[in-house]
Design a protein around this ligand. Structure first.
Ligand SMILES: Nc1ncnc2c1ncn2[C@@H]1O[C@H](COP(=O)(O)OP(=O)(O)OP(=O)(O)O)[C@@H](O)[C@H]1O
Ligand SMILES: [Mg+2]
Length: 246
């Protein structure tokens, strides 16, 4: 792989097709006789250049919704499309392939493999995406920045040789974002990405998320933070598994 100059090709939507279209999504959890209605008919459209924050009280279904959007979890009902392609009610292999080629998932350190240097974490993410795309066929592609350019842009270009455990909280967050973006995704999903950051580091991450959206990525962030909500194009509030009408 010619990593330093390589451009990453990535999925684009046909004009007018939302990057994310969730329709009437339900998610029930059952344990014994007890049933939890985590999502009760959630619908959500996000365009490819929008920064949307999902907020709401603890237990309102934010993480469940994000897990369904990325194909990590399977809704009990409803439909979810990524760039027009259905991701739910598909085989695990198809869900994994769609996620690898079109969705970046940011977790503060959860998406860094601890025994790989930051450089190799980024290479791995880019490689997985390319593999997903060649399986999919190269029909719907556009040019996205290389992972090295993304790392520079996020200010971790000097830390590529570091191990994940050597990074500060802010650097970890930026490395996690770089890994999520290494594949040139159409959709970026983050669950409480600023939960462990101080206000200054949080503010710079919000700016970076805004810049990512401005480049044509649908950015969907679950967060309790007022600062994150203030930086968003739109805030969607959940309460007891439903969208609160605005
Ligand atoms: N694996 C699971 N099994 C059973 N119930 C679950 C499971 N995951 C989530 N739930 C329940 O679903 C509801 C929604 O949980 P979820 O984690 O989506 O909330 P959240 O809005 O992300 O909360 P927080 O702000 O605390 O992160 C809660 O009642 C939770 O207890
Ligand atoms: Mg949560």
């Amino acid at each position: 792989m010619t990593a330093t100059t390589a451009q990453t090709s990535t999925t684009v939507t046909a004009p007018g097709t939302p990057a994310v279209a969730a329709e009437n999504v339900y998610r029930f959890y059952r344990s014994g006789d007890e049933e939890t209605l985590a999502l009760r008919g959630v619908s959500l459209l996000v365009q490819a250049d929008e920064f949307v924050v999902i907020n709401g009280p603890s237990g309102s279904g934010k993480s469940t919704l994000l897990a369904c959007l990325t194909g990590a979890d399977e809704p009990s009902g409803g439909s979810i499309r990524i760039a027009g392609e259905r991701i739910n009610h598909r085989s695990q292999k198809d869900r994994d392939r769609i996620r690898a080629s079109s969705i970046g998932v940011m977790a503060q350190s959860g998406n860094l493999v601890s025994h790989l240097r930051i450089r190799d974490n980024l290479r791995l993410a880019a490689h997985l995406a390319d593999t997903g795309r060649s399986y999919q066929g190269a029909a719907r592609t556009r040019t996205a920045p290389s992972w090295t350019a993304t790392a520079e842009e996020l200010g971790i270009g000097q830390r590529l040789d570091a191990w994940p455990e050597e990074l500060s909280g802010g650097e970890s967050a930026r490395a996690a974002l770089a890994v999520a973006l290494a594949a040139g995704p159409l959709v970026l999903v983050a669950d409480e990405p600023t939960g462990e950051l101080d206000a200054h580091t949080e503010a710079s991450l919000i700016e970076q998320l805004r810049a990512v959206a401005a480049r044509g990525v649908a950015v969907i962030v679950a967060s309790h933070s007022d600062a994150v909500a203030a930086g968003a194009d739109r805030v969607v509030r959940l309460n007891e598994g439903q969208v609160v009408p605005s």
